[in-house]
Design a protein around this ligand. Sequence first.
Ligand SMILES: [Fe+2]
Length: 433
Amino acid sequence: MNAIDPRMIHRKLVFRIFLMGLALSIIVGAGVWQMEKNKIGQDILWDAKNGFKDFNRQIRTLLNTPGILNPDRIHQHLVLEMAGQRENQSGQFVSMGIYTLGGELLTLVTDDTYENRDLVREKAGQLDDKIQTYKTMKFGVIHIDDTPHMQIISPLSNDLGELAAYGETFFAVFPETLNHIRRKAIKLSGAAVLIVMLTTGLLYPMVVTLLNRVSSLSAKLFESNLEMLKVLGSAVAKRDSDTDLHNYRVTIISVKLAENLNLPKPKIQRLIKGAFLHDVGKIGIEDDILHKPGRLSEEEFTVMKNHVPYGMDIVGKAEWIKEATDIVGYHHEKYDGSGYDHGLKGDEIPEIARIFAIADVFDALTSRRPYKEPFSFKKTMEIIIAGRGSHFDPVHVDAFEKIALTLFETYSKKEDDALKTELADLLKEYFYC
Ligand SMILES: [Fe+2]
């Protein structure tokens, strides 16, 4: 887990809330638009349906003898009906046709005042015996010159309630009705979008307040984790050599080498944790072996090797430092397989452990210890290069050779505080998003 950068989270939050508000607005706006269109569509249907029923009532008496319908009388009636039709709210009938029970077109009247009458005539009166398939009133919408026309087809009954003929009408929707639909739908959709945006805007400060609290807690948790890393590293350093400097330097040197090898950030994060805690298992090694000034006997060295499994055991107990395992468990492996604790060779050894091994040996050789003076840079590099392919990964040694002198000049004599500051900068760079 890295520390959360509140500014970055804030930017992400603003962007996501904006996207969410926009998506919601589009969904709600489109939904309202569709609902309003459907509602007004139902109003138009209601107008057309009632108009047709009214029309059926008006000609019912003329249909009392279904076998011998009088086309002229019905035609005259339809002409009168067309001329005096009740003005509907949403449109008007522009065509009325009557079919016999046999499906023959008896008469067709279109509104001569209607501008699209010719186009309507092309569509009307074309049903013939197909009309007989209409057992109840049916509706369809046909667009003529971009204007929706409701086609209504229905059986017609006479005064006796008998099926006496079939009727087909075209009901043209007024342009004003269409404009009204559009205006109303736009207004309602706009209102819906505004409400969603306002709600999102009102929620934003609340989310930011909560986020700030979470960021603050997260930062504290992260600081605690870093403190744990430092405390553990420092505890073992105090037991081993009375100083934290070795931990600081090997961490910085390892990171510099890893950067030179272009390792990705997550690997360098693991490298930092591992470098800090590489010898944490020495806490479990008894003083007379850990602090023995001279060379360890074979038995003593066997005991000393236990710091690796001890360390694995320690770092395995906490989630945040588990990532140190690669270095804690494998920093004494050698490239040719002669190291401990697992005898791994080559690429079997975790990459960051191979990198760390060079930094660890380099710093040990160039540092003053109770039992030795610091080696010169030249002698140290001779030893490192001699270990190329046996102790160390040859590719890593080649990369190290290019930066070793700069590292030596920069860090071998650097004071405690300066190293601390540089390490703090590294932690900031790699653990704060
Ligand atoms: Fe070690």
